[in-house]
Design a protein around this ligand. Sequence first.
Ligand SMILES: O=C(O)c1cccc(C(=O)CC[C@H]2O[C@@H](n3cnc4c(=O)[nH]cnc43)[C@H](O)[C@@H]2O)c1
Length: 229
Amino acid sequence: MNSIHPRGEAAEGQAALPRVLIVTAVAAERDAVLRGLGGSDRFHVIAAGAGPAAAAAGTAAALAAGDYGCVVNAGIGGGFPEVAPLGSLVVASEIIAADLGAETPEGFRSAAELGFGSVSVPVDSGTAHALAAALAAAGLVVSTGPVLTVSTATGTAETAAALAARHPGAAGEAMEGHGVAVAARALGLPVLELRAVSNPVGPRDRAAWQIPAALNALTEAAAILLEVL
Ligand SMILES: O=C(O)c1cccc(C(=O)CC[C@H]2O[C@@H](n3cnc4c(=O)[nH]cnc43)[C@H](O)[C@@H]2O)c1
């Protein structure tokens, strides 16, 4: 882990730490992350819009305009209840485009099964482990596991069960990770995904989403991110 000089500047005799791009979907998530970062100018936080296409385009545009050493997708997300309870944090071990593929009479076939290449982007595993350990050490509840990127948020028990069966150990679901990861990978940059769980992956009950608690957890996690990256 790095020791970070105030405002991310290099201490005398040390190389400057690389800048970090953090991509969220909406302004409320961006602002929650910014509160945790406490004004560090080493981090650039954007709200690129919801869904993988907006996330990929926003990430690519930001990376083209600046010099970054690492990209993080952050926000609220759904948690698979056996793995990631409400209000907890999820650090992705891999980022999977879970609904990229085709329906067939025999069921869903992933883009990988159709011959289009992998639907999974690896994360920077050393940093992901360090982040999860630091979050746990700070007393936060954290899980690691695959985080699924979907264009349609899961809204039934049947879809949740099918996703869990296709992706054993899946911890969470959100709508931007794979877009951010593909854009980062195009420039050879390491990527992470960090989610605060606002709702279970399962039958849709939007009124029950615990958004303020998840945004608070995201703020707490961003303060730890500052120490780890
Ligand atoms: O209404 C609000 O105040 C509010 C504040 C912050 C964020 C939101 C969102 O609606 C964020 C949308 C964003 O959340 C992710 N998400 C959350 N739960 C799920 C899920 O179960 N399945 C998939 N995605 C989920 C997703 O990344 C959305 O882009 C509202």
